[in-house]
Ligand binder design. Structure first.
Ligand SMILES: [Zn+2]
Length: 217
């Protein structure tokens, strides 16, 4: 039940942050070796309970009373393609979607973005939602990073945990908004590959609260 509770908390925060409208967007978390929990298809997020979440395997067999999100193939492909992914949040937030519509990457212009996402957020080639082809395009465009845009659609954030995957979507959305505003002011400056890889490895290995040395027992 712990994972289901975390799923509900993530969904509620995603709604409070205006990252989705209506029943669009979806959330999943790995649950055992070949299974994951995913939001049901077409259900109002405010009504959702722990029992409504769908547990399914990578081949599409599902338990419970509801149909899984129509984007389950995308989630299954990412979990199968990248063993380090523990959770996935898919949103339709406005500024990230603007880049997805323009089919331009969100540039690597701020430090928190490159730490959590691993660099610019690239765009997966367009194809119809819900298809295996979209899932494979997303996996390919994601590479080893933590976020990918789906052309004319939205954003996918992946991470080790649900709170971290939500944070990826929040920071990509903030960066997309900041990059659009910055372009009104003048040219934007992308961070160097060297600085990006240093900040990314710092984030993956040592970022987070740390006790001061004298307090460690
Ligand atoms: Zn979507």
């Amino acid at each position: 039940m712990k994972l289901r509770g975390e799923m509900l908390a993530t969904i509620q925060q995603m709604c409070r942050d205006n990252l989705v409208l209506g029943t669009w967007g979806n959330v999943s978390v790995r649950d055992g070796e070949n299974h994951f929990l995913i939001t049901p298809s077409g259900m109002e997020y405010s009504q959702l309970t722990a029992e409504d979440l769908v547990r399914m395997d990578f081949g599409g067999s599902a338990d419970g009373r509801w149909k899984p999100s129509s984007e389950w193939r995308l989630h299954a492909a990412l979990f199968q393609g990248r063993e380090d992914i523990g959770a996935i949040v898919h949103t339709h937030s406005v500024h990230a979607t603007a880049f997805a519509v323009a089919r331009m990457p969100v540039p690597a212009v701020v430090e928190d973005l490159v730490q959590v996402a691993g660099g610019s957020v690239d765009v997966a080639a367009y194809t119809m939602p819900g298809t295996e082809e979209l899932a494979q395009n997303a996996l390919q465009a994601l590479g080893s990073k933590s976020a990918v845009l789906l052309a004319s659609h939205g954003l996918v954030g992946v991470a080790r945990t649900l709170p971290e995957a939500l944070k990826v979507c929040q920071i990509v959305e903030k960066t997309a908004q900041a990059a659009l505003l910055a372009r009104l002011l003048g040219p934007v400056h992308e961070l160097s590959d060297e600085d990006i890889s240093a900040m990314r490895s710092f984030y993956l290995t040592s970022y987070g609260p740390e006790k001061r040395e004298e307090e460690i027992e």
